[in-house]
Design a protein around this ligand. Structure first.
Ligand SMILES: [Mn+2]
Length: 237
């Protein structure tokens, strides 16, 4: 019997899930690599190019989507485009990228600090991380997708940053990087076993900085399997 809010295209085959897991593992390897390249003076464009080179050199067949690498004030834009801006001490750097394996996409985001970090940066990072972990904890086959969004949003709202969480909490992933189900407040989708979904809350402070943390997980009857293993505690390079 098909549950309301569940469409078969959201549930992926074992072969598709393995390809998505491999794409995400390649993303983890890429993150480890790019950490060795992030330093003051390197441009966003150069880092984005290095990410894409690492992915394709290591088996990515094309890319899941154009790489986001933004820094400083530019991190306050959720879908920023890499520019010639050079990394500076005190910047947050947001990296959002994905490999493609057998046609299937990976998708991950990490925010790292360079040189030093302010109290406000640490505070906002911690709120986003707690929101992300709460949303992950709300993933379970049979749960409404809006619940994961609510879990993340509640934490951000209680911390006083509600107006600065300007997008949904996550999405399905397949041959397209953005698929159903949608994990947002209006979603009518219901999670089911073997749905790959992202969880990616963020806070974007105008004229200051933004933070986003994104993992890719497979929904199960007991919760979710996290395919993304990169460090989530704040990294200061
Ligand atoms: Mn995503």
């Amino acid at each position: 019997m098909r549950e309301k809010g569940v469409h078969s295209s959201m549930i992926k085959s074992p072969k598709a899930l393995l390809s998505i897991a491999k794409a995400e593992a390649l993303g983890d390897a890429c993150f480890r690599h790019i950490l060795t390249r992030i330093r003051p003076g390197v441009s966003e464009k150069a880092l984005a190019a290095e990410i894409e080179k690492f992915l394709t050199d290591n088996g990515s067949q094309g890319l899941a989507f154009p790489t986001i690498c933004v820094s400083g004030v530019g991190t306050n834009e959720p879908h920023g485009v890499p520019s010639d801006k050079r990394i500076e001490r005190g910047d947050f750097v947001v990296l959002d990228f994905g490999a493609r394996i057998n046609g299937y996409c990976g998708d991950m985001t990490r925010t790292v600090a360079v040189g030093e970090v302010s109290g406000e940066q640490e505070k906002v990072y911690d709120i986003v991380l707690r929101a992300q972990e709460a949303a992950i904890a709300a993933l379970r086959a049979g749960a409404h997708c809006s619940l994961a969004d609510r879990a993340a949003r509640e934490i951000i709202e209680e911390a006083g940053y509600g107006p600065y969480y300007v997008h949904g909490t996550g999405h399905g992933v397949g041959k397209k990087v953005h698929e159903s189900p949608r994990l947002n407040a209006k979603s009518t989708h219901i999670l089911a076993e073997d749905m790959p979904v992202t969880v990616e809350p963020g806070i974007y402070l105008p004229d200051k900085f933004g933070v986003r943390i994104e993992d890719l997980l497979i929904v199960t009857t007991f919760g979710a399997v996290n395919l993304t293993h990169s460090e989530k505690r704040l990294i200061v390079l």
